[in-house]
Design a protein around this ligand. Structure first.
Ligand SMILES: NC(=O)c1ccc[n+]([C@@H]2O[C@H](COP(=O)([O-])OP(=O)(O)OC[C@H]3O[C@@H](n4cnc5c(N)ncnc54)[C@H](OP(=O)(O)O)[C@@H]3O)[C@@H](O)[C@H]2O)c1
Length: 319
């Protein structure tokens, strides 16, 4: 089978197409014939060597959608021919930029007939991330204000739609007026340019000065100060990337705020959340935006694009 691999860390050019033997699923694994996989920001960090613990050569890709080709002997819920999608795969799971990928059964769910392979791949990782942030970590409630930093990004575009479906008042940021407009089209009540010098005031005003109840932050190093400023009393900040910078004179205690880190890699049982994501997609509450599609030979280009940003939604790789 054809796979994308890198044999050494480096820039996007280290990605190449190789031939490998088709893998055999372990007893608790499903072998998926991959029809689409998406590019996640973290893929480029593993490739460059910024994140360690990668055994080389490595196949990138942490999500996929496709058709079950074979199942391990202990797998009960899937059979050859099923349409499926999978997300939240770690580097130990083997990578999905391959014609076939073995995936633990607990990270796979059935893909509704009405949802395309591209859309399933696009929303599996980021849909699970948004669900875990809002439902499991923040306990977002209807009518609350929530702020999604980078509402046009992969996670952001899923979070804007999920927050809207949950009945929250969604505010978001993006990198230009045009991207803000697109984020409002996804359901955000208001969207702001993240470079605005009056960002905090604009956000406060949009909440009628009540403050933001839930904040989904993907650049805590840059935005913790702003988060603490715009947070409402008892506000919850869920962070998916970045450390805690030195912030002085904070309203952390006075507002009784919670800052909570999360990582999808910590949840081994992803199937129940994927099933919820599937239901949201089937109902039309969560719709993937596919910004661009690439074939295996163009994976380097896709890695450059994910690092550059400036688009809405997800980049898709086709075998
Ligand atoms: N902890 C977890 O479980 C988890 C799960 C998934 C993802 N993540 C991490 O979360 C981050 C986002 O992932 P993703 O897949 O959504 O990435 P992505 O698709 O590349 O989106 C990145 C977003 O960040 C925005 N951005 C860029 N510069 C910004 C700035 N100065 N201020 C505010 N926003 C800015 C981008 O806007 P422009 O396009 O306008 O530049 C875009 O909206 C990544 O670091 C990823 O590794 C963590």
């Amino acid at each position: 089978m054809r796979v994308v691999r890198y044999h050494e860390h480096g820039g996007p050019d280290v990605l190449q197409v190789d031939e490998m033997d088709r893998p055999t699923p372990a007893s608790d694994e499903v072998l998926v014939e991959v029809r689409a996989a998406s590019v996640n920001a973290v893929d480029a960090r593993f490739r460059s060597g910024e994140y360690g613990n990668v055994s080389l050569p490595a196949i990138p890709g942490g999500d996929a959608a496709g058709v079950v080709a074979e199942v391990g002997e202990r797998v009960e819920d899937f059979t050859a021919g099923d349409r499926v999608f999978a997300g939240g795969l770690g580097h130990g799971d083997g990578g999905t930029f391959a014609e076939y990928a073995t995936i633990p059964e607990m990270k796979v769910a059935h893909l509704p007939e009405s949802v395309s392979f591209e859309d399933g791949a696009a929303l599996s990782n980021v849909g699970v991330t948004a669900w875990m942030a809002f439902v499991e970590n923040a306990g977002l409630r209807p009518t609350e204000y929530c702020l999604v930093h980078g509402g046009n990004g992969g996670v952001g575009h899923a979070a804007v739609q999920l927050g809207t479906a949950m009945g929250a008042n969604v505010l978001a940021t993006a990198g230009s007026a045009e991207l803000c407009e697109r984020v409002r089209d996804l359901g955000a009540a208001a969207a702001f340019d993240y470079d605005s010098e009056t960002l905090a005031e604009e956000i406060q005003e949009a909440t009628d000065n009540e403050g933001v109840d839930v904040i989904l932050d993907h650049r805590l190093d840059d935005y913790l100060g702003l988060d603490l400023t715009v947070a409402a009393q008892n506000g919850r900040v869920v962070t998916i990337t970045g450390g805690i910078p030195a912030v002085t004179d904070t309203p952390l205690q006075a507002k009784e705020l919670t800052i909570r880190g999360m990582a999808i890699a910590n949840t081994s049982e992803r199937q129940p959340i994927l099933r919820r994501v599937a239901r949201l997609m089937e109902r039309g509450d969560l719709t993937a935006v596919v910004a661009e599609t690439y074939d295996f030979e163009e994976t380097g280009e896709a890695h450059r694009a994910v690092t550059g940003g400036g688009y809405v939604g997800k980049l898709i790789i086709h075998p």
